[in-house]
Design a protein around this ligand. Structure first.
Ligand code: AAO
Length: 512
């Protein structure tokens, strides 16, 4: 009996940590604000063929539509109902996308906003993406339906009704996050509505969820909701697969609530990862790449089996959330490619690549006045499609970092070295470092102001390899640098810091 309970508990606790990524794939990409029709096409034409494991999609449920500011990206974090029509498209388009992505081996993870509904003031004009009626003032959301009884009203003890102090656990979980109407998740009825929404998506074939704002929900309430979730659809996943759960909890240390409280429920976003690696690549606060020899748990990050890692996310690339100015984004493309390359080469965590849209940044006193700007849109506010240029980059303001050769090729690198240990570390005591992944891959960084010109042990078998950063293997030839590995595993690397991409990566499948 004891053993049975142990097995049951263990089974339950590890189950929601597994992303169920298809064999041979490892990384996921956040296609922030993309339309379902574009994601479906991207799965078929790019993500499937290039070994991406999954896509995090923007919230698919009905959301508020705001006029002031005009259609901000963050309107999607203000639910009006769990109807599946959003700025990204209709329920039919969502279903079609999930099916087509699954058919090419790419999983879909839904951004689930279940902590709250829209802001207390409800927004000018009170529009919503499926046209459902609602009244934020009376807390009436008839198309769920939720009424005032379903919100944390008197539980919150601050005078504003909002979270005012992050060192007070009760405020953080019972008060409103930036005035967003806070659902009473301890109520059986609210739990059932949330679970019904998530189960509908599971039926449609999604592989799991990024759960928004988990710090603001009690772990016990989340456990009750997750406990009501069905297993994944057996059309695409093995019997008894639990949905993958990764929880957004910002924990840079120093607050009352720690990420640890959520470990047994699923994975958790490791915000220290991008904040620290950004600081290292920017060489701020005396940080150097040499110090990353014990990167991962050695840096005080959460246990490997709990972490979802990323260099930037949709919040901190524009000054929301946490991480501040250290975060490296596509705006610092040289550093961004290196940092993303480092993350994808390193074994720690489930890695997520950010794919952004460009906006008109306008800083006043260090704050971006346009941090609200939504995706590339037509004059009626509808989101523009993602056009693909002849050189495979994206047009119309879509950045598509995931299509940058260096990043795409490092996603493939991560697949090729999967399961291999971190090995053959080399450094110059400063910002030139190298490491391998067993005998399957090797990467060298030069983030110093001087050139790198060194022979080192790669752990790879002898032969000529194509560097997948400066180019790639096409047919039998290499469009970039060629690296010759001797029969003793040693190879010579020369990287000038003035190069656009001062790093080199080779792997077993880039051998010529
Ligand atoms: C919008 C307007 C608001 C308005 C509201 C309602 O901007 O003015 O009141 O509508 O009308 C997004 C946007 C929000 C937007 C919201 C709803 O970012 O601007 O509000 O949609 O449309 C906290 C949460 C975290 C959250 C993050 C943004 O803990 O969960 O704030 N992220 C998610 C989503 C995000 C979304 C929501 C949640 C809401 O990813 O896109 O909001 O659905 C500390 C705490 C963090 C806290 C931050 C920011 O962080 O630790 O938990 O995140 O503060 O408040 C250092 C510290 C670090 C600290 C940070 C910032 O780095 O080390 O710990 O400083 O102080």
């Amino acid at each position: 009996m004891k053993l049975f309970i142990l097995v049951a508990l263990f089974g339950l606790s590890i189950a929601q940590h597994n992303p169920h990524i298809k064999q041979g794939r490892t990384a996921i990409v956040h296609l922030f604000e993309w339309r379902w029709a574009d994601i479906a096409a991207e799965c078929e034409r790019f993500l499937g063929p290039n070994g991406f494991g999954g896509v995090q999609i923007s919230p698919p449920n009905e959301h508020i539509v705001l006029n002031s500011p005009w259609r901000p990206w963050w309107q999607r974090y203000q639910p009006i109902s769990y109807n599946l029509c959003s700025r990204s498209g209709s329920e039919d388009e969502l279903r079609d996308m999930i099916t087509r992505c699954n058919n090419v081996g790419v999983n879909i993870y839904v951004d689930a906003v279940i902590n709250h509904m829209c802001g207390a003031s409800g927004g000018e004009g009170n529009h919503s993406s499926c046209g459902s009626r609602f009244n934020a003032g009376t807390k009436d959301f008839p198309s769920v339906p939720y009424s005032a009884l379903d919100f944390n009203n008197n539980k919150c003890k601050t005078s504003s009704g909002d979270i005012e102090n992050y060192s007070d656990v009760f405020q953080v979980r019972d008060c409103r996050l930036v005035s967003l109407l806070d659902l009473a998740l301890e109520k059986d009825y609210v739990r059932s509505k949330v679970a019904e929404y998530m189960n509908k998506l599971i039926d449609m074939g999604v592989a799991g969820f990024r759960v928004d704002a988990c710090k603001h929900m009690w772990p016990g309430d989340l456990e009750a909701v997750y406990g009501r979730l069905q297993n994944l659809s057996t059309v695409w996943f093995p019997n008894n697969s639990r949905p993958f759960i990764f929880q957004e909890v910002i924990d840079l240390g120093g607050e009352a609530i720690s990420a640890r409280e959520y470990f047994h429920l699923g994975r958790v976003t490791e915000f220290k990862y991008g904040a620290k690696l950004g600081t290292v690549f920017r060489k701020w606060k005396g940080e150097k790449l040499v110090f990353t020899r014990n990167w991962g748990e050695g840096w005080g990050f959460m246990p490997d089996g709990n972490a979802v890692v990323f260099i930037d996310n949709h919040d901190n690339q524009r000054g929301h959330g946490a991480g501040g100015a250290s975060i490296v984004t596509f705006w610092d493309s040289k550093l961004h490619k290196m940092a993303v390359g480092y993350m994808l080469a390193h074994p720690y965590g489930v890695a997520r690549v950010m794919s952004s849209f460009r906006w008109d940044r306008r800083f006043v006193d260090g704050k971006d006045q346009n941090d609200w700007m939504g995706p590339p849109s037509n004059s009626d506010g509808s989101t523009k499609p993602v056009p693909i240029n002849p050189d495979q980059t994206c047009g119309d303001g879509w950045v598509c970092e995931h299509r940058w050769r260096q990043i795409k090729n490092m996603v493939i690198f991560r697949n090729v070295v999967d399961g291999q240990p971190h090995s053959n570390w080399w450094d110059n005591g400063s910002n030139q470092v190298a490491f391998g992944r067993g005998n399957r891959g090797f990467i060298v960084f030069n983030n110093d102001d001087s050139d790198l010109d060194v022979t080192m042990n790669t752990g790879m078998s002898g032969g000529t390899y194509c560097d997948v950063i400066s180019g790639q293997k096409e047919g039998g030839t290499c469009t970039g640098k060629k690296i010759h590995v001797g029969s003793d595993g040693r190879a010579h690397f020369k990287i000038s810091n003035s190069e656009e991409d001062p790093f080199v990566a080779i792997h077993a499948e880039s051998k010529l």
